[in-house]
Design a protein around this ligand. Sequence first.
Ligand code: COA
Length: 159
Amino acid sequence: MKIAVYAGTFDPITNGHLDIARRASCLFDRIIIAVARDNYKNTMFDLEERCHMVREAVSDQPNITVVPFDGLLVDFCRSQGATSIIRGLRAVSDFDKEFQMALLNRQLNGGIETVFLMSDAKYLYISSSIIRNSAVLGGDIRDLVPPCVAEALKKKLAK
Ligand code: COA
C-alpha cells in the first residue's frame, strides 16, 4: 500500500490545501494529513480545532485520514509507514524553501521521497495568514475555505 503524508500547520485549512490533498488522494492508496502541533507559529486555532476542521473538510474522502504530529516529519512518516511527503507549490517563490526542505528531509531519511503538486491557478494567492487577516478585517472568505472553516472563523472572531 502506497501511503503519503501531507503535512502543514493548517491554521486554518484552505481550499488550496484541500485541492492538493484531493489530487494526491488519486495518486496514492492513502493520504495522511499531518497537522503540526505549533511549528513555532502563534496559531489562531489550537491543535484540536485545526484537526477538527481538517477532518470535517475531508470527511467525504475515504482514503484521507487526519493525524496530529510533533517532532520531525520524516520520523512521523516512518511511524505511519509512509514513503512519500506531498508538498504543494503555488509559485516560483515557494520553490527555494521547498527545495531546501525536501533536501533536508532526504538527508534525514533517504527512503522518503518528496512529491510536489502544482496548485490550481485559482488558489495560487491563498495562504492561511491571508485568510486569517481578511477574516479579522471583515472580508468575505467563504469562496476560499471549506464551510466548516468559514463558520469556525466567524465564531472565533465573534468572541
Ligand atoms: N494552498 C494554500 N496555501 C498553502 C499551500 C497550498 N497548496 N501550500 C502552502 N500554503 C501556505 C500555508 O497555508 C502557509 O501559510 P501561512 O504561512 O500564511 O500560515 C504557508 O503556505 C506555508 O506553508 P507550509 O510551507 O506548508 O508550512 P506549514 O507551516 O504549514 O508546515 C511543516 C510546515 C509543518 C510541514 C514543516 O515545518 C515540518 O515538516 N515541520 C516538522 C519539523 C521538521 O521535520 N523539520 C525538518 C524539515 S523542514
